[in-house]
Design a protein around this ligand. Structure first.
Ligand code: GLP
Length: 259
């Protein structure tokens, strides 16, 4: 796992925006996996700025988001579809027909999950998957005890996750289920890029990077991925035991210079 520690949340988010823009620069027809959550807002703001500066062209790109709440249609104000339109899609030249999210309001959510998994395969698989992490170590909505072999499916949310995501639905209730890419779906992306910022994520980050692979922290599955980059700010990195080593390899979050 490549661990890049940036001085603050803003520079960590911009680093991720730059990595996504570079991916599009190398492959304008890239298939990007996208994430939601408050951590991602500055990443998308950075991408919008890069797009404005002519450094992020989405004209030929395809995107697949990680997840969506069951029972929530794309026009619901708390849907991840709305989040993505507001944060990114409405501000860049991505073809809406190639911006995919699971349909939370599908009549048969399990069938929708299977359709979504097949759509990812049909698009040639995900090239670069952006990820956040939940305080309990979840990635996408793969809550603790999710199978490492899981594919896109319906998951029941933990009370902790529902509480963390409650502000978006206030004063209404948070849905109990979500359609989410599985852990195996995520591990099949050719590269993964996880961003975590803030002290509230420090324990989950330490477990993900340095702890034993385990069902109680689904993000530890990234230890199995050969191309996983974790971008952190100082606060999210504070519980890492091998922090000095990461600083030695990537001083200030810089790439490795082998000569
Ligand atoms: C939700 C999303 C995850 C995200 C997590 C953390 O549960 N399904 O993809 O990583 O929230 O969100 P935040 O960045 O708001 O802490």
């Amino acid at each position: 796992m490549k661990v890049l520690i940036l001085p603050d949340a803003g520079s960590a988010a911009l680093r991720c925006a730059g990595i996504l823009a570079d991916c599009l620069g190398r492959n304008p027809a890239a298939v990007l996996g996208l994430a939601t959550g408050e951590t991602m807002r500055p990443v998308y703001a950075g991408l919008v700025d890069l797009h404005g500066a002519g450094r992020a062209d989405f004209a030929r790109a395809t995107t697949f988001n990680l997840d969506e709440y069951v029972g929530v249609g794309p026009d619901h104000p708390a849907s991840f579809a709305t989040f993505m339109r507001e944060a990114l899609f409405d501000h860049v030249n991505l073809d809406p027909a190639r911006a995919h999210l699971p349909r939370g309001d599908a009549a048969d959510p399990e069938a929708e999950a299977a359709r979504y998994e097949a759509a990812i395969v049909g698009a040639g698989g995900i090239g670069l998957q952006l990820l956040g992490i939940g305080r309990n170590g979840h990635i996408a909505f793969n809550e603790p005890t999710s199978s490492l072999g899981s594919r896109t499916r319906v998951k029941t949310l933990t009370e902790a996750t529902r509480k963390a995501n409650a502000p978006a639905f206030a004063p209404g209730p948070v849905p109990r289920h979500a359609i989410t890419m599985g852990i195996a779906t995520i591990l099949q992306a050719r590269a993964c890029l996880l961003l975590a910022t803030g002290a509230a994520k420090a324990a989950a980050v330490a477990r993900m990077v340095e702890g034993p692979l385990g069902a109680d922290c689904p993000a530890t599955a990234l230890q199995l991925h050969p191309e996983a980059t974790v971008v952190l700010d100082e606060a999210a990195a504070q519980d890492l035991h091998l922090r000095d080593y990461y600083e030695t390899v990537h001083p200030g979050g810089a790439e490795v210079q082998l000569r």
